[in-house]
Write a protein that binds this ligand. Structure first.
Ligand SMILES: [Cu+2]
Length: 188
């Protein structure tokens, strides 16, 4: 008698625990599906939805990605545009300076093979494909310095391919960017 009551009780306990776990798993799945929908609707996921092509053979000769136009530039609307080029086995500029707490649009491309980069402690994770311009929007919350490694295997020198990124005080950045100057922290 006592035993069967015991069995019934543990059955109820197991049933309650299973329901709790089923609810939890259902909630996690709903959250993940919601996240996928959100990321698809908003422009927050890579690869970029907007396809912009460019001739990788003439990057250095004319157009947006000529060397003197690379680096970070302050736009009239208060945002900053960062332009960079990757090739075997470096980034130009090799030291990037951007302001903290400012909307930043990254525009980059590759001159030879597929490269990419990511920045620690941020959502920055971009692929650079020859023939295409990659766009990425970000905002850095804290000043600091991070390594920016190439994260696509691009040849024998891949492991040595990285740049530095310095997130600096906004006023200091705007002072350096005055008059439309392209800002970087490459030592001249
Ligand atoms: Cu690379």
């Amino acid at each position: 008698m006592a035993n069967s009551r015991h069995a019934a009780d543990s059955g109820a306990v197991a049933h309650a625990a299973e329901s709790r776990w089923a609810l939890l798993v259902g909630a996690i799945i709903a959250f993940l599906v919601g996240m996928v929908v959100y990321m698809s609707v908003h422009w927050a996921a890579m690869p970029p939805v907007r396809t912009e092509t460019i001739d990788p053979g003439t990057l250095h000769l004319a157009g947006e990605f000529v060397e003197h136009n690379l680096g970070a530039v302050a736009e009239a609307d208060g945002t900053v545009t960062l332009r960079l080029v990757a090739n075997q086995y470096s980034f130009t500029p090799s030291c990037i300076a951007v302001p903290v707490d400012t909307p930043i649009q990254i525009r980059g491309t590759a001159a030879d093979v597929v490269h990419g980069f990511s920045v620690g402690q941020s959502n920055v994770n971009v692929m650079l494909v020859p023939g295409y311009v990659s766009n990425f929007h970000t905002r850095f919350e804290k000043t600091g310095e991070h390594a920016m490694p190439c994260h696509e295997y691009c040849g024998v020198g891949h492991a040595a391919m990285w740049a530095r990124i310095k997130i600096i005080d906004k006023e200091e950045f705007m002072r350096q960017a005055a008059g439309g100057r392209r800002v970087s922290c490459v030592q001249q």
